[in-house]
Design a binder for this molecule. Structure first.
Ligand code: 0O2
Length: 247
């Protein structure tokens, strides 16, 4: 005879992982702690933006977005890694449950901001993944900084990990479109390689545009800051166009 106990355990087995995770005791508190850590880092970035924009007369970043990863996305990633979707396991193996995306105009602003973040003694930079110097095979470029942040709760100090992704507007444009295209289900296998090659090619084009925009800005800055205010006559160096592009 079916007992209440059996019915409950059958239901738990049928429950998708992300629903089970959301209902796990302690999940809400853990996410609240990640949210607090996220708020701490976002405030730090906004303070830096205010101060540096006064000093340099331009905003080091254009926009900032933050999010807590959804249970669906957490479990999807855990499955891809071949790990169980439990509270202990996600806490140990995911560094991007709390994520911030900082969109800058220029590549050198990214490195300047990371340097400022590294100097802050109330957080610890655990890892820097520089996918600008070494792009992913897909062509993806960004700089990821994993930080460990203290948060002060009624029961004491806790530490949580936050991932800060820094990209230029151009890198963000590429990553957003590539992300959308990657999740299209109906791409024929024979087209997949051509599409991947095309995306990588366009990532390189975008990188050249980023570097060129930076040179133009440096040219303008050197003119504005030249001795007695006179404009520099140095020409902007044109980078070589990637193979297959028209110049
Ligand atoms: P979502 O939906 O954006 O959150 P690893 O060190 O490999 O174990 P992880 O977390 O995979 O750990 O590290 P990685 O590669 O430094 O960062 C992964 C995140 O970077 C992704 O998160 C994406 O946000 C972004 N990313 C990485 N590669 C690509 C890419 O080729 N294209 C795009 N568009 N984004 C990329 P999620 O959780 O995979 O996805």
């Amino acid at each position: 005879m079916e007992t209440e106990q059996n019915r409950k355990s059958d239901c738990a087995e049928e429950m998708p992982d992300h629903v089970r995770l959301r209902e796990t005791e302690g999940y809400g508190k853990l996410m609240m702690e990640y949210q607090c850590a996220l708020d701490e880092v976002q405030t730090k970035m906004e303070v830096l933006n205010k101060e540096l924009s006064m000093r340099t007369n331009r905003n080091p970043f254009e926009s900032i977005k933050s999010r807590i990863k959804t249970p669906e996305s957490i479990c999807g990633k855990m499955h891809r890694k071949g790990m169980p979707c439990t509270l202990e396991s996600i806490e140990k193996s995911l560094t991007d449950i709390a994520g911030i995306r900082v969109i800058c105009s220029f590549i050198d602003d990214i490195y300047m901001l990371v340097e400022c973040l590294e100097k802050q003694d109330d957080l610890e930079v655990v890892e820097v993944k520089d996918y600008i110097q070494t792009p992913k095979p897909s062509g993806y470029r960004s700089l990821h900084v994993i930080v460990r942040v203290p948060i002060f709760l009624s029961d004491g100090k806790h530490y949580r990990i936050v991932e800060v992704q820094f990209r230029t507007i151009a890198m963000d444009f590429w990553a957003s479109l590539e992300h959308k295209l990657r999740y299209k289900q109906d791409i024929a296998v024979e087209d997949a390689q051509t599409i991947a090659d095309d995306l990588r090619f366009n990532a390189e084009l975008i990188n050249q545009v980023d570097r060129r925009m930076q040179q133009i800005r440096e040219h303008i800055d050197s003119g504005a800051n030249g001795p007695n205010g006179q404009k520099s006559q140095a020409p902007v160096k044109r980078p070589a166009a990637p193979q297959g592009s028209t110049s």
